[in-house]
Design a protein around this ligand. Sequence first.
Ligand SMILES: [Zn+2]
Length: 347
Amino acid sequence: MKKTSTRLADGRELVYYDSRDDVVRDAADRRPLDPVATTAEIRRDPLLGDAVAIASHRQGRTYHPPAGECPLCPSRDGRRTEIPDADYDVVVFENRFPSLAGDAGRCEVVCFTPDHDASFADLTEDRAALVLEAWTDRTVELAALPGVQQVFCFENRGAEIGVTLGHPHGQIYAYPFTTPRTALMRNSAAAHRAATGRNLFDDLVERERAAAERVVLETDEWVAFVPYAAHWPYEVHLYPRRRVPDLRALDDAARAGFPPVYLELLRRFDRIFGEGEPPTPYIAAWHQAPFADPERDDFALHLELFTIRRTSGKLKFLAGSESGMSVFINDVPPEAAARRLREVASA
Ligand SMILES: [Zn+2]
């Protein structure tokens, strides 16, 4: 893997990740860009104690541009985009419209492929491995920035999820605090450790493997299952078989084993609702331990993949109980979801 770091015309950082070591990426960004003016501000809710990022500058962001004006395609044929080079493998750059910026953190965009019409599920195993290397390297780099407490790599896929650009891409948020969901998991793990002396994640994964009915896919390196209390209609949690706190700690065998497993899960997601359905909208979210947590080795890196589609043409909305009270109502029993995700395995 070759890494080439450069700056865009407005000073934002851009990093190319290439499979081949002899690739030269020296194209300059010649667009007349104004400096990025961000007003991202973190406010803490006094009742709930959680953080809200107020980011009013995002209202003017690029919204569903035509394919010919995609800012994530390479710069070609006289058209200049966010990526100065005429080609790339995987590229990461600072978001021009960040939800978090300055002391409030950092937001990055990850382009998985220069192919505008592809999706992650279409990537080769080599390209998926390169994306994993990019996620890992960003975790290393962002951990070194002052104030960053947690790095969140994720992909929103599909217009139903609110994706404003069709080009296959994900995002990385570097938060200056521990996020509420991570804090809840950490507290559960600490309580389990105090009560049993054991690791909660290990016990949970072993219980799912032993019960087997919600297991979707298992290899020597990874295991994927629908959790016992799944919140979403189709939700899969993917764990490395050897627990590690974050992407940086994955060993070579786990890295090598990731692409086929993840690509297969994504392909199955696109088959859940049958032929002729538009691609399944999903969120793929990496959970990593916060950096300053003294108990961070008790945390387990894992990926949570879920869709908001509950049946053909129908979305699960976060309505009164979910949005008003944080109580999820799931219409699809987790055991049935797991059965469906096994049925649609690749031949
Ligand atoms: Zn594009």
